[in-house]
Every structure is written in structure tokens, then in C-alpha cells.
Design a protein around this ligand. Sequence first.
Ligand SMILES: Nc1ncnc2c1ncn2[C@@H]1O[C@H](COP(=O)(O)OP(=O)(O)OP(=O)(O)O)[C@@H](O)[C@H]1O
Ligand SMILES: [Mg+2]
Length: 272
Amino acid sequence: MMRNGKILFSSLKGGVGKSSASCAVAAALAADGYKTVIVDLDFRSRSLDLMLGVAENVLFTFDDYLKERCSLDALLVSVPVPPSRDRRAGEGFLKLCPAPSEEVFESDGADSYDKIPEYLERIARESGADYMVCDTGADSRMPAIIAGGFANFAIVVSEQSRTALRAAEATAERFTEGTPVSHVRLLINNFDIEAARRSGRAGILEMIDGCAVKCIGVIPADPALAALQDAGLMPGASSPVTLAAANIARRIQGVQTPLFHGMKKERRIAIL
Ligand SMILES: Nc1ncnc2c1ncn2[C@@H]1O[C@H](COP(=O)(O)OP(=O)(O)OP(=O)(O)O)[C@@H](O)[C@H]1O
Ligand SMILES: [Mg+2]
């Protein structure tokens, strides 16, 4: 079982679901009983505090911690997560490390970026986290900084379009030799299985087969997701996003899990 996972979600393409997927997977890891810290590293447009419904509890940001203006306890915001059905014994949690604005972060000089891996390492150590999940924006600098010194597991996120897939492949190429990243995996998000079948677009198995990066999972489209996120609510236990994220969390833990395990509808459609 992989512990000490330092997972980086990224894509050079915007709006493909990096933040949605990182929230869902982090919540699934916590629900499985793991101590999980999710770090919002999108300093251009932070969104995780809103998506996780804890915006009002944010007092400090990563910038304050890096400049040693707050303790780790004051920095991390607890996020309530219902336990998964087969939760292990043990004390899992989900805590958010909120993002500063880029302007604030850079106000003391651009060399603050060099300190990011060291301070992420400190958060991992002091919080006792089993998993650190880092969400990044659609730029190339942040993933390179984190993968260069911190992340050991990179998840590149794509939608079902060919342009998004190409962007994911290009992103994956950045996490090769010279970084501590030992696993690079593709996550296909927002997949509309029925529409793909109707329109004659590439089916899910063709897509996975045709990509140079090994796939860690498929998160189906959930038409209710955007409205839930606007209300600061996480998708419920029966959402395909939650079910798919639980499968991805198991694979991260090293547990072999069939593609649409526990997802009757998707299993049925995918093999048609
Ligand atoms: N599986 C899904 N089903 C339905 N809608 C989704 C899904 N995943 C993401 N979305 C929607 O797509 C939009 C973009 O998602 P998100 O913000 O997670 O992408 P992102 O890659 O983090 O974007 P950015 O590049 O701006 O950081 C949001 O409105 C979100 O609700
Ligand atoms: Mg995002």
C-alpha cells in the first residue's frame, strides 16, 4: 500500500477538471481512513476553499505559512468528509491548505517559488499526512516546481477531447527523469459515455488505449456537479464523481480495481 503519497494534479489545459478531480480524490482518500492534506497551488485563481465549502473558515494562506506568520494548525482548514463504507480502522481526515493570490505571493520577490517544495515537505511531515494532494492551475511553472522537488506521483487530467488529451500527454512529458516522480498517470474526467457512444466519438477504451500515458481512472460527467460546487457542497455518495474517485483512491493505494467498479450504469454502457 503506497503511503507518503505526494500527488500532483496538473494539465497545461485549463478547465479540464483538475480542481474537481483533486477534491474528489482527496475526499476519497480521507474517507478511506487516510490523513490527507489538499493543497491549493493555483495562486491565479484559487477555488478549492469554495469547492470544499470551507471558504468562510480560511484565516491564513500558504503564503503566511511560508513567511512564518502562522502555525500549521492555524493554516490548515478541516473539511468534513463522510467515511466510506469499507473504511479502515484509524483516523482519517481531510484538511485544506488555502492558496494566496499570486500578487501577494510574489510581493516579497519571485524567489518565494523556490521555497515551495521545502514548505510542502514541512506540511507533510508536521501534519502527519499519509497523502498530500496538490492542485495546480493551467500554467507550467507550478507543476515543474513541485514535481522537481516534492511530488512523487503525477496525475495529468484530460477531458475526452483530442486537444485535452494531447495537452495531457505534453504535460506528462515534463515529469520524467530528474524528478522524484515515480508514477505518471492519466485521469480522464467529465466523460460522457452515452454521448460518446451516440456521436461515434472515441469510446473510453479506445481513448485509454490510444494515449501514451497509463490511465488511473475515468470520472464520468455529473450534470449536477457545477451547481453543487457553487453551493459549496461536495457530490454525494451516489454521484459518479464520488464513485469514480473512490476507485482512483484505491488504485493510488495500490489496490487493483476494475475500471468502473461499483458503477453499474457505466459498466453496462462502456462494454456496449
Ligand atoms: N466530472 C464532471 N462532471 C461535470 N462537470 C464537471 C466535471 N468535472 C469538472 N466539471 C466542471 O467543469 C468546470 C471546470 O472544472 P475545474 O474547475 O475542476 O477545472 P480546472 O481544470 O481545475 O480549471 P482551471 O484550469 O481553471 O483550474 C467546472 O464548472 C466543473 O464544475
Ligand atoms: Mg482549477
